[in-house]
Design a protein around this ligand. Structure first.
Ligand SMILES: Cc1cc2nc3c(=O)[nH]c(=O)nc-3n(C[C@H](O)[C@H](O)[C@H](O)COP(=O)(O)O)c2cc1C
Length: 401
């Protein structure tokens, strides 16, 4: 039996916290319908606006890592390339067909008037929430996208314009192409937003075609800087969510966590850092809507194991453990221990310690086994991380002298 994964987000009841994020995975009626039937709790529909995108071909690139094709993913897509009327009609039909699911309209205007009108039209279409896209890094129009999301003034002004057009809860979707996200998020709340969604994609160049001196994807011999997503961005997204969740001026502001979520565990990490909703695109592009099965099962088993009955009880649970670096204890070392039975004698711990750390591992040539030189070991644990057979683990804690 599945645990109850319901949670309230911006005062909207959600049957589970897993939403598709605004992108090509949520771009038409049929796709959204299949995703909702598969078990997703809600959908942030592909960003709509008066502007209709004209896209390039090809428009994606990936950075493979360790046999995983989508280590990181780059896209050159802008907002929807369908007419606004068509998108509004899809939103309307989706809400009628799935009244229990949460439908979010992602909107992007070019002027205050456009933002207000888009808010009004989306509310009329019947959506539950609005998400303001202040963060697409590859818009061809300068007055739209992540340049807007870097300006506190514009974000506040446009949130105010959206608030003028709707009574629905408003999310501001943040750009990570900025040092600190909190001032922009605070400006969004000042302007009338109710919650924050983070992150959109990170400006990037993934790979170069060195034979032709161009970057991928190759668009008639040229390429462009554009948004990076997928598992490679998760640590950056987690950092931003952590920063938002702990800021004194953002207490009790609901956060939707986005960036590199593939599994229930990835999603849980965002929840533990303060998100009460999570969104996914790249993993769905790679594996399909069915990844929701693992997310629902995994999270529900975890809650059962931890004897936590309400998902809200997990939100922000890791925050007290993340402290400024100057607050961390620095008065001891944890020495690694070696399980010689599990060791395959590859020597990687020895090499990494010798060339990348503190020359604290001695190598026995005959039996090909590592031995710790305790006095030289600083307890950095590089050896535990490079060991391919988990034969090295944290051992005794010794006080620094
Ligand atoms: C192909 C593609 C299209 C996207 N289109 C949009 C969009 O229209 N609006 C938006 O707010 N974000 C858009 N995004 C960003 C995603 O919603 C999401 O914020 C980002 O990809 C990080 O999540 P992920 O790692 O799960 O993909 C797009 C991302 C991709 C990969």
């Amino acid at each position: 039996m599945k645990h109850d994964l319901s949670i309230s987000f911006c005062n909207v009841p959600c049957e589970n916290p897993f939403f598709l994020s605004s992108s090509c995975v949520a771009g038409n009626y049929d796709m959204c319908s299949r995703a909702l039937e598969a078990g997703w709790g809600g959908i942030v529909f592909k960003t709509i606006g008066f502007y209709q995108a004209n896209e390039v071909s090809p428009r994606f690139d990936t950075l493979a890592h360790g046999g995983v094709p989508f280590g990181g993913f780059r896209n050159l897509e802008q907002i929807s390339d369908h007419p606004l009327e068509e998108n509004l009609d899809v939103l309307h039909r989706l809400k009628q067909a799935y009244p229990q699911k949460v439908l979010v309209a992602s909107i992007m205007g070019e002027t205050e008037d456009e933002w207000t009108k888009l808010a009004k039209l989306s509310e009329q279409a019947g959506v539950d929430l609005l998400e303001c896209n202040f963060s697409c890094p590859q818009m061809t129009v300068k007055s739209m996208g992540s340049d807007v999301g870097q300006s506190e003034e514009l974000v506040e002004t446009y949130c105010r314009a959206v608030r003028k057009g709707t009574k629905l809860p408003i999310l501001a979707k943040m750009t990570p192409n900025i040092g600190n996200m909190e001032p922009v998020a605070i400006a969004a709340i000042r302007g009338g937003a109710d919650g924050i969604a983070a992150i959109n994609t990170i400006k990037s160049i993934t790979r170069l075609d060195v034979a032709h001196f161009n970057a991928y994807p190759d668009v008639d011999g040229q390429s462009s800087v554009s948004g990076y997503s997928g598992k490679a961005v998760r640590p950056i997204a987690l950092r931003f969510v952590n920063d938002l969740a702990r800021h004194p001026q953002l207490q009790n502001v609901p956060i939707s966590g986005i960036g590199g979520i593939e599994t229930w565990r990835d999603a849980l990490e965002f929840i533990l850092l303060g998100a009460s909703n999570v969104q996914v695109t790249t993993a769905v592009m790679e594996y399909g809507y069915r990844i929701i099965d693992d997310m629902l099962d995994g999270l529900s088993e975890y809650m059962e194991e931890k004897e936590i009955s309400q998902l809200s009880g997990l939100v922000g649970r890791a925050l007290p453990h993340i402290v400024p670096s100057n607050a961390l204890r620095r008065d001891y070392r944890v020495l690694p221990t070696f399980d010689h039975a599990a060791c395959v004698g590859c020597g990687r711990c020895f090499l990494s310690c010798r060339d990348g750390a503190h020359q604290a591992i001695a190598w026995e040539k005959g039996p090909r086994k590592p031995h710790l030189l305790e006095e030289k070991c600083v307890g950095c644990h590089l050896c535990t991380l490079v060991c391919p057979t988990q034969a090295i683990s944290p051992g005794k804690r010794v006080a620094k002298t």
